[in-house]
Design a protein around this ligand. Structure first.
Ligand code: PRX
Length: 651
């Protein structure tokens, strides 16, 4: 957690300019309207969608189970595509796609609709229908968006697995959701070369203990791939020959739209699932209000990969419902040079940029000369998401990227919340650097103490949500008890977000990071337990404890303490450490690779055997170790501290 001390010294404010306010989508009156009648407020936002059948009831709330817009029927893909084409917006560009090697494609809404209809027909031919689950394991290319919308169109739930996850991680997600079709590509481009994806799918499916019947493969890079006859099908061979006619059917408002796995506090990721009507209502409303989208003139760029919730809500559904023109980029920010993203902003005249603090801090580290080489004057609004943004990074973003002229919106939300929850409204809110400011209209967020009582201004505590919201998760796939237990039991009647927060003297909300065993590495959630069990599954490891240590660029970095099995020398050589890191990469994926691994003889435990992670974090962050009097063996911390200083950390 960031230091409360530092934040309370931050009192700069940036009121909206009159010029921005005069043209803003969001009005100050929204807060009052929502406070007067929350359900009527959300119903007004829902009315902006196309419903095949209107709902009979806005909300049914049987804690912790919510249903929104009951009895309504709608189709997500129709709202993202058909509607724009039928209403004369078919020629508008949906995506300016830029591949990492520099190949480009400009895709209009009309073209996207044809592709989605053909793909929907291909899925039907493959026997996929409403209620089935489809895993999507792809790079950031237009076919990923097409695949998701084709699933939505026929009522199949997509489960997108980020392309950086390992075969093991993909397999566990395929099994958990009982997936019957996997959509992938031969590979993608990253840092100047092609990487493979299809072989990872092959490895995930190798055991045969699953129900996947077909694998649909996009040819992105032309790499040679192994082929399983009868199972594998090239995308172009089946999609291209399909009819471009497909009538989208309306599905129930509570029909499952997608599952997306996220790390919890145990080793098993949670399959967060979202349904249709409420999710589309909140993502489209927040996208209009918080990003101030003017669909005819803006070029919007959210840099998130489609494999994360930000890619689902603010690349796919929210922006497409609003008819946005977007930039989609396949590669990394430094390929071929550190100028790449700035050059793309200039090339496509990006006006709204939405990215993560880890990238902003990386840019700061690279130096101001990179953004200075491109014309960034098209920008008019900047957004941040994924982790607390420190005031320095917020100011740099505003001054260097936004030329001191763009509102900055720091948006707090989660995979579970589906859409933005806490954020300034541009044109309305006077912002403070580093604060997400206030709950959006129609959302009720509070900061409470250990007993669930509201804290006073100036005090810190836990962030909770006190009223159901349209895009809220409807559960954890196949684990209803886990849903209740994880989110609704810590403070009865309230949703526990797992984040610490503070109210400043004016009542503005400052997010302080996770309070549970979830780490936030470059804006990605990784559970300490997940990494620990992966380390323990290595033949040489007896026990492991993992902590997220503060890191200037990635927010947190993974530091692991391991005890080796008897018979193996207690001093872990470089080779063993490298092997352990590779093992975690293989088990979970590169994002979970520990930055530092320290071999220790013992772990600090209480007399009841609980590992005291707090003390390990002190060591990993080079602080004086805090109160260790409850340790079974007080000498241990001294030994660990000495060991850490002599071990090497990797950048
Ligand atoms: O700790 C909070 C942090 O990211 C967590 C949610 O992670 P995930 O489900 O992967 O979704 C990330 C993108 C929405 C939260 O519990 N977080 C997200 N946004 C912010 C944030 N922390 C501080 N400020 C934010 N703006």
């Amino acid at each position: 957690m960031s230091s409360l001390e530092n934040l309370s010294h931050e009192n700069r404010t940036f009121p909206p300019t009159p010029a921005f306010t005069a043209q803003a989508n969001a009005q100050a009156t929204l807060y009052q309207e929502a406070a007067d009648d929350r359900l009527a407020f959300w119903a007004r936002q829902a009315e902006l969608l196309h419903w095949e059948r209107k709902w009979d009831q806005v909300l049914e709330w049987e804690l912790p189970n919510a249903k929104w817009f009951l009895g309504g029927k709608l189709n997500a893909s129709y709202n993202c595509l058909d509607r724009h084409v039928l209403e004369g917006r078919g020629d508008r560009v949906a995506f300016h796609f830029e591949g990492e090697p520099g190949d480009t494609r400009t895709i209009t809404y009309a073209q996207m609709l044809v592709e989605v209809k053909k793909t929907a027909n291909a899925l039907l031919e493959l026997g996929i229908g409403a209620g089935d689950r489809v895993a999507i394991y792809m790079p950031m290319i237009p076919e990923a968006a097409v695949a998701m919308l084709a699933c939505a169109r026929i009522g199949a739930a997509h489960s997108v697995v980020f392309g950086g996850f390992s075969a093991e991680a993909l397999k566990s997600r395929i099994l958990d959701a009982d997936v019957t079709l996997v959509i992938t590509s031969d590979g993608g481009y990253r840092k100047g070369s092609a990487f493979p994806l299809k072989p990872v799918v092959d490895a995930a499916l190798a055991g045969g203990d699953h129900n996947v019947k077909k694998v649909l493969v996009v040819n992105r890079t032309g790499q040679a791939v192994a082929w399983v006859g009868g199972r594998d099908i090239w995308w172009h061979e089946i999609v291209d020959r399909q009819s471009a006619e497909h009538v989208a059917e309306g599905f129930d408002s509570e029909h499952v739209l997608f599952i997306l796995y996220t790390s919890g506090t145990t080793a098993k990721p949670k399959g967060i699932f979202h349904t249709t009507g409420g999710y589309l209502t909140q993502t489209s409303f927040t996208h209009r209000a918080v990003f101030d989208l003017k669909a005819e003139s803006d070029v919007y760029w959210c840099t998130a990969d489609i494999g994360w919730i930000t890619g689902h809500s603010y690349v796919l559904y929210g922006p497409m419902i609003n008819g946005a023109t977007q930039v989609m980029y396949e590669g990394t920010p430094d390929s071929p040079t550190k100028h790449r993203l700035f050059q793309l902003i200039e090339k496509y005249k990006v006006s709204i940029l939405y990215t993560a603090p880890t990238l902003i801090r990386t840019w700061m580290k690279w130096g101001d000369e990179y953004p200075a080489d491109s014309d960034l004057t098209s920008l008019r609004l900047l957004g941040s998401v994924g982790e607390p943004i420190n005031p320095e990074a917020w100011m740099w973003y505003r001054e260097v990227i936004g030329a001191d002229a763009c509102p900055v919106v720091d948006t707090w939300w989660q995979t579970e919340t589906g859409g933005l929850m806490i954020s300034p409204l541009p044109g309305v809110t006077a912002t403070k650097p580093g604060s997400a400011m206030a709950a959006l209209p129609g959302i009720s967020a509070k900061v409470v103490d250990d007993e669930g009582r509201d804290v006073a201004n100036g005090q810190g505590g836990y962030l909770v949500l006190t009223e159901p919201w349209p895009a809220m998760l409807r559960g954890v796939w196949g684990e209803p008890e886990r849903y209740r237990e994880t989110y609704w039991s810590r403070f009865p009647g309230k949703y526990f977000a797992g984040d610490g927060a503070k109210l400043d003297d004016d009542g503005a909300i400052w997010l302080l990071g996770r309070v549970d065993d979830v780490m936030n590495i470059s804006g990605h959630r990784i559970s300490t337990t997940e990494v620990e069990s992966s380390l323990v599954s290595h033949i040489n490891v007896a026990e492991a404890a993992v902590v997220g240590a503060n890191d200037a660029v990635t927010g947190q970095a993974i530091v692991a303490f391991v005890i080796l099995r008897g018979g193996i020398p207690s001093v872990g050589g470089e080779e063993l450490i490298a092997d352990l890191k590779a093992h975690v990469t293989q088990e979970i994926g590169a994002i979970a690779r520990p930055k530092q691994i320290l071999v220790v003889a013992e772990l600090p435990k209480t007399r009841s055997g609980k590992i005291m992670r707090r003390l390990l974090r002190d060591v990993a962050e080079h602080r004086t170790v805090g109160d260790s009097t409850t340790l079974a063996d007080p000498n241990i911390m001294k030994l660990i501290g000495e060991g850490l200083q002599s071990s090497k950390s990797e950048d």
